[in-house]
Structures are given as structure tokens and as C-alpha cells.
Design a binder for this molecule. Structure first.
Ligand code: NAP
Length: 495
């Protein structure tokens, strides 16, 4: 058995240079480790690189959507824009010396576990390879655009594109624009374009619950105060009210008959009643399922936007798309120049289409045949030394994914310590532990608000909510310390 002092030098491969990959890379560099981040694109930023739509904002307060080790005095408002967030990640990666460790233009097409060597062989799109003792998959959740299957879409004579593939040549100002979809993305786009388009049609199948939230800008004096005294930033990030609202929210989604969800529904309904003046429009916008069943929309501007003269909310079924525009089931044609498809993402892909082959040739596609899953959202049996950030069954939704990734990293780092100390060459959760976790998770997930009878990207292919089904505290507790009895360690052949 290796001694405590003989730390094993490990080679780490991080896949993806988005928020979570940058986090892992920086944390490993800080620990003096050798890390390479593989990024298929030519810039870092993940979702904040891919999404550039007008109105792109993060509806988690900016000072909470910030790495804990890198508070940022420069946020211009309580909610940051996508451009600001992207700049923050670029600055942070550069400041911590990560840029030289990122291999841009390196798409990982496969990861194959070599059991004899206890390492991973990564293959890239250009045929090159690399070896890593540990793989950190940080490839994102909402990454693969979901195009709607609407008859005639390809015949549209104007410009039609997915919200995450923004077409800069598309006409917006003074143009006739349609936006399909009213998730967080569609709502933000419509809010931003309502004063710019000559006509803006918001096509929506199911109205959303809209939670009113305050929006305010930070003055230069406030930013100067943040620069001088980061404790002022911490006071916002760790604000008791903010954290109480997170805890209330997780109570709400896990107790469908509880007072917390009832309070959220009441707040949203009051918002609808008091904000939307026209009774017909109000009825068009009234949801007929439980609040937070789909991801709750936080907006300070959407109800104002849809009441502007240029905006029309269309609730009819789309019959098809024609060269001139969108034809509704009742025969109405909305003539359009630009059609934005804010129709969401394939949320079940995770690291795929990368082919991942673990112990004994076990394939990730096969392991995830029914649904993508991972023990506590971190690891998968038969895939040793392979850890995920923001992987399947973690808490995604209305929280700061940075906080979640940091907690996950703290957990993974404790497993990595076993490898560094030479206590094992390979570590993966056991089948039994994973099966037990999944059984409990699925049972709990069915009773959450996500399973209360609406369609959303939270549901897996079998209709089971894919998200973390317990409280935020339960997540924090689980991430605080791994239960090592749930892991299989390979201690044979140790030096
Ligand atoms: P989404 O929530 O999956 O919404 C997709 C929308 O497209 C839904 O309104 C859906 O209608 C509609 N749709 C899909 N196919 C359609 C079709 N064939 N015909 C008509 N309508 C169709 O996608 P998203 O808005 O891009 O948001 C995804 C997630 O990204 C969010 O839930 C959130 O987690 C994240 N996000 C976060 C922020 C933030 O500020 N933090 C901002 C943007 C996005 P139905 O509801 O009727 O199915």
C-alpha cells in the first residue's frame, strides 16, 4: 500500500469548458494537479457561449451565480446578462491560469476505460488521442437544441432558427417576428423584442406561471463599494432571505400539497390578475397545471411586454409553416420575416454523443438505455474514475448551478483524494448502491411537483421526473461527504 506521503500524480481530463469545466480546471490547478480541459468549440463559456439571444439574462441573482472563490463587483444589475456572464467566465479562467490548459477545437468522440492500466483513453474528432487517469464530464445539460417537428418548417421563406443558434442576419427591428415556445428562453426573447419588432407573435401551447421578481441596476458607487469591500458582495450572496427562498422553493417542489407551493401559485396568480389588464389576454395567459411543474419562469418584464401594441399572444395550435409564415389550426396566417424556435433542448443527452465505454466494454448508451442516471448525480457503476458535474438526477432548475457544481466538486475531490493517496487505482459506485439510490429517487421524484401532470424537459422518456427529488439541505448533506461503503475500490496491484 502506498504511503500517505507518496501522492500519486494523476492526469485529469475535463470535458467541456463551460461553467462546471472551468470550475474543475481551476480547482485542480489550485491543488497543483495536472489538468487538461478539452473543449470542442473555439471559445469557452458553454451555454453562455452558445446562447446569444436578445434578452438573454440569468434569472438567478448575479452575485449568487458567481464562483464562491471569485466574487465579482462588476455586475451591472441584480440579474446579469448573458454577455456579462460570458465575460466573467473568460476573465476568471484567464486570472486563474486555466487558458493554457484548455485545448480548444478538441471534441471528445470517445472515452474508453483500460482496465489493465486503470486509465481512460480519449479520442478526438481529428483522430488524436490522450490518456487520463480521471475524467470529469462537464459537458452541460441543455446543450443539444430540440427542433420542433412542424410541417413545412423548411419551406419558410424568411429566417428560421433555434434560439441557441441565433442568426445575426435575421431582421428584428421593425420586422415581423414569431417566437415559438414560452419557456424561460421564449419569455426572455419576447420581453426583449416587444419594443423592437413591428409585430411580434408569441406562439404558446401551454401558458406559463410567471413569478414576479424585482429588477434593479447597481450604480457605479455600489460597484465601487463592492470592489473595496467584498464582504458587501457576500452579504448579497449569502443573504438570509435569498437562502430562505431557496429552501422554501425546495419545500414547494417536494410537497405538492404544502403551503409553500400554494404561496407560489398565489403570488403568480396575483401577478397575472394585477399585471394583465385585458381579460381575454389574461385568460390566454392563465396556466391550467401546477406552478413549478415546468421550470418556473421568473420575470420582471414579460407581462408588460405582451401588453405592448406590437405583441400578439397566439394560443391556437400551429397547423404548419408556409413560405409566408405560420398557419394556425383555425386558418389564420401570421405573416413573418423571422421565426425564432425557442423550443428547448434534448435534456437527456448529457455527455453523449461521446461514446463512453467502461469496465468490460460496458457502454454508457446501454447503461442509460431507459434513462440517464448516476449515483447521486456523480458516478456510474462500471465507469471508474469518471465523474460528472451537473450530471443526471442532480438539482437543476431554479437554483444557482454554480453552487450545485461547487458542492459536487467538493464531493468528487474527496474521492479523488483516495486516488491521489494511492488507496485505490479505480473507484466507482457499486451497482447495489446505485440501484438503491435510483429506487429511492424515482419513488420520491414521482411525488414531486414535476410529476404533477404537465409536459416538461424535467421528465425522462418514461415520464419520471429526472431531477433531484429531495430538499436542498438533503443535497448539501449528501455532497458534504461521500459514503465510501457505496463505492467499489480497486486496491489490487497497488505500488
Ligand atoms: P423549454 O423550457 O424546454 O421550453 C420549450 C418551449 O417550446 C415550451 O414552451 C414548449 O411548449 C415549446 N415547444 C416545444 N416544441 C414545440 C412545438 N413543436 N410546437 C410548439 N411549441 C413547442 O426550453 P427553454 O425555454 O429554452 O428553457 C430550457 C431551460 O433552460 C429552462 O427551463 C431553464 O432551466 C434554462 N434557462 C434558464 C434561463 C435563466 O434565466 N436561468 C434562461 C433560459 C433558459 P410546451 O410547454 O407546451 O411543451
Amino acid at each position: 500500500m502506498a504511503k500517505e506521503t507518496e501522492r500519486r500524480a494523476l492526469r485529469y481530463a475535463v470535458i467541456g469548458a463551460g461553467m462546471a469545466g472551468i470550475l474543475a480546471g481551476i480547482r485542480l490547478l489550485q491543488a497543483g494537479e495536472t489538468v487538461t480541459v478539452y473543449e470542442k468549440a473555439d471559445r469557452l463559456g458553454g451555454t453562455w457561449r452558445e446562447n446569444r439571444y436578445p434578452g438573454l439574462t440569468c434569472d438567478v441573482p448575479a452575485h449568487a451565480y458567481t464562483y464562491s472563490f471569485e466574487p465579482y463587483a462588476e455586475w451591472r444589475a441584480y440579474y446579469a446578462t448573458g454577455g456579462e456572464i460570458h465575460a466573467y467566465f473568460e476573465k476568471t479562467a484567464a486570472k486563474y491560469g486555466l487558458m493554457p490548459r484548455i485545448r480548444f477545437g478538441h471534441e471528445v468522440v470517445s472515452c474508453v476505460w483500460d482496465e489493465g492500466e486503470a486509465h481512460w483513453i480519449l479520442r478526438f474528432g481529428d483522430g488524436g488521442t490522450a490518456i487520463a487517469d480521471v475524467v470529469i464530464a462537464a459537458s452541460g445539460v441543455l446543450h443539444h437544441p430540440r427542433m420542433p417537428e412542424i410541417p413545412g418548417l423548411e419551406s419558410f421563406a424568411g429566417r428560421a432558427f433555434h434560439s441557441a443558434r441565433w442568426d445575426d442576419a435575421a431582421g428584428l427591428d421593425g420586422a415581423r417576428v414569431g417566437v415559438v415556445g414560452n419557456g424561460s428562453t421564449g419569455v426572455q426573447i419576447v420581453s426583449a423584442l416587444s419594443r423592437r419588432a413591428e409585430r411580434l407573435v408569441h406562439f404558446q401551447r401551454s401558458p406559463q406561471w410567471i413569478m414576479p421578481v424585482p429588477y434593479f441596476e447597481y450604480s457605479e458607487e455600489e460597484r465601487e463599494a463592492f470592489r473595496r469591500d467584498p464582504a458587501l458582495i457576500d452579504a448579497i450572496r449569502y443573504d438570509e432571505d435569498y437562502w430562505a427562498s431557496i429552501h422554501r422553493f425546495t419545500q414547494a417542489i417536494t410537497h405538492v400539497d404544502g403551503p409553500e407551493i400554494a404561496a407560489i401559485e398565489q403570488l403568480c396568480l396575483d401577478n397575472l390578475e394585477t399585471s394583465v389588464k385585458d381579460p381575454d389576454l389574461r385568460e390566454k395567459l392563465r396556466p391550467d397545471y401546477r406552478a413549478a411543474c415546468k421550470r418556473l419562469i421568473y420575470s420582471w418584464s414579460y407581462y408588460d411586454a405582451v401588453q405592448r401594441p406590437a405583441v400578439f399572444v397566439e394560443r391556437q395550435r400551429i397547423a404548419g409553416i408556409e413560405p409566408e409564415g405560420v398557419r394556425m389550426a383555425d386558418g389564420t396566417l401570421h405573416a413573418l420575416d423571422t421565426l425564432v424556435l425557442a423550443t428547448g433542448f434534448h435534456a437527456d443527452r448529457f455527455i453523449r454523443p461521446t461514446q463512453v465505454l467502461g469496465r468490460g466494454g460496458a457502454s454508457l448508451d446501454e447503461a442509460w438505455r431507459v434513462r440517464p442516471t448516476a449515483y447521486y448525480a456523480i458516478g456510474i457503476p462500471d465507469f471508474p474514475n469518471f465523474f460528472m458535474l451537473n450530471g443526471p438526477t442532480g438539482p437543476v432548475g431554479n437554483f444557482s448551478l454554480i453552487d450545485i457544481a461547487e458542492r459536487q466538486w467538493a464531493y468528487i475531490d474527496q474521492l479523488l483524494d483516495l486516488l491521489r493517496r494511492g488507496e485505490t487505482r479505480a473507484i466507482a459506485p457499486s451497482h447495489a448502491a446505485h440501484a438503491d439510490y435510483e429506487e429511492r429517487r424515482i419513488a420520491a421524484a414521482r411525488t414531486t411537483i414535476f410529476g404533477s401532470g404537465c409536459a416538461s424537459w424535467y421528465l425522462d422518456a418514461t415520464g419520471v421526473p429526472a431531477s433531484w427529488p429531495w430538499s436542498y439541505e438533503a443535497f448539501a448533506d449528501a455532497m458534504a461527504k461521500p459514503v465510501l461503503a457505496d463505492y467499489e475500490l480497486r486496491t489490487a496491484e497497488l505500488a
